[in-house]
Design a protein around this ligand. Structure first.
Ligand SMILES: Cc1ncc(COP(=O)(O)O)c(C=O)c1O
Length: 422
């Protein structure tokens, strides 16, 4: 084992070199600090991830060298900023293996991406008696926009069930699909349970009924190599801040054919081709869906974040995190009084748990005194809490900069919580 706690490990039958966590951690200035006099153990990565220096540098570079509005300027600063912004779009395109840059729409985050699809595609294609399918483990961002659409269009929202491990029931899903199914919207990785859903198979089944498939990738792109063409999803959404980039920027991927046929989501500058009081024509993709001045520095810095992740290698990240999750699951589940919530066979980087007779908020507060940052609450997934008949969970969510020593600190912290309450 090296200083940072990683070992040479076998995964998927091949030897992989140790992941140099100590080196990686040095790229994240925030991680070096102490909290309440203890070294920070940041295990709230599903809420937001920390940012490497290259991302911070990209933001600073924009404001100190290139600050200007994009797409409309003829001066050098605007040309440079536009170039960086569009380079970022190309990087995202390559990263998720989209066919074309015009399929990559900059939005504020996953929430806005889903609202865009529900309001633009949804309003056009969903009518009275139609059905929209979502799963039992969705984040509120992938529930409420569809409720709004269904209320407005008098359609029915149906829920794909899951079992006690937190795995979707594919047989039940297959039976729910039919000629009235217009949209299936499902999370790739659950933020509250960590389940990795078989979205490729789900898309294949939905397409047999010509239903359109949106995948919420907010908790997936930072952990799993995503190929939107291989998944054959129609839309894929994710947030920059969960993949080591800044807040205020996210991506909606959509297939060209669908995006071309969709009405604009918002009106304003940049999304038009020409405007008269009588008639407006719209800009071509992707700008048709990008009204107004965007979050320029965030878009540019998202490109830097993805470049950073690509340099580490998503396969190496996935292997390392997989091993760390297994280590954490074992360490935490053997503590007397702990129950893990979400025990799916396929999981990524999320460890939700409850301690018998202790409210998760108390767990979080005591762990904070130990310098350990976790999240407690319903994680914007209240129906999941209802399913497991609990008010909340404590959730440790992992990133590639976390170490085994940090997991040991978490386990020691949990033991301390149990001592306080016994
Ligand atoms: C699965 C999932 N979907 C959607 C969202 C919403 O993301 P954002 O708040 O960045 O729009 C989150 C955020 O936690 C999430 O975990």
């Amino acid at each position: 084992m090296n200083a940072a706690g990683s070992t040479l490990t076998t995964h998927r039958d091949r030897r992989i070199p140790p992941f140099d966590v100590a080196r990686v951690r040095r790229d994240f200035p925030i991680l070096g600090q102490k909290v309440h006099g203890k070294p920070l153990v940041y295990l709230d990565n599903a809420a937001t991830t920390q940012k490497p220096q290259t991302v911070l540098d990209a933001i600073l570079r924009y404001y100190t060298q290139d600050c200007s509005n994009i797409h409309r300027g003829v001066h050098l600063l605007s040309e440079r900023a536009t170039q960086s912004y569009e380079d970022s779009r190309s990087r995202v395109k390559r990263f998720i293996h989209a066919a074309d840059e015009k399929e990559i729409i900059f939005v504020r985050g996953t929430t806005e991406a889903i609202n865009l699809v529900s309001q633009s595609y949804g309003r056009k294609h969903v009518g009275p008696g139609d059905e929209v399918l979502i799963s039992a483990m969705e984040h509120h961002s992938n529930i409420v926009p569809w409720q709004l659409l269904c209320q407005e269009s008098r359609a029915t929202l149906r829920i794909i069930p899951m079992n006690d491990r937190g795995e979707l029931l594919l047989d039940a899903y297959e039976k729910m699909l039919g000629p009235r199914t217009r949209i299936v919207a499902v999370t790739h990785v659950s933020n509250s349970l960590g389940t990795v859903n078989p979205v490729r198979r789900m898309a294949e089944l939905a397409h047999r009924w010509n239903a359109c498939v949106l995948v919420d990738g907010a908790q997936a792109v930072q952990h799993i190599m995503v190929d939107v063409r291989e998944l054959d999803c129609d839309f894929y959404a994710f947030s920059g801040h969960k993949i080591y980039g800044p807040t205020g920027v996210g991506i909606l991927y959509g297939k060209t054919k669908l995006l071309e046929a969709m009405p604009p989501y918002q009106g304003g500058g940049d999304m038009i081709s020409s405007v008269t009081f009588e008639r407006t024509t719209y800009n071509k993709l992707p700008h048709k869906f990008e009204a107004g001045t965007p979050n320029v520095e965030a878009g540019i810095a998202l490109g830097a974040a993805i470049e950073y992740v690509e340099a580490l290698g998503l396969d190496k990240i996935a292997d390392y995190e997989h091993e760390l999750l297994a280590y954490a699951t074992e360490a935490i589940s053997k503590i007397d009084g702990v129950r893990i919530v979400g025990t799916a066979r396929e999981k990524a980087s999320v460890l939700s748990f409850v301690l018998e007779g202790i409210h998760p908020h108390d767990v979080g507060t005591i762990l904070d005194q130990e310098g350990i940052a976790i999240r407690t609450g319903h994680h914007c997934a209240q129906p999941v809490m209802e399913f497991f008949k609990i008010p909340a969970t404590a959730r440790a969510s992992l990133a590639f900069y976390n170490t085994r020593q940090e997991i040991d600190a978490l386990a020691a912290g949990i033991r301390k919580v149990l001592e306080v309450f016994r």
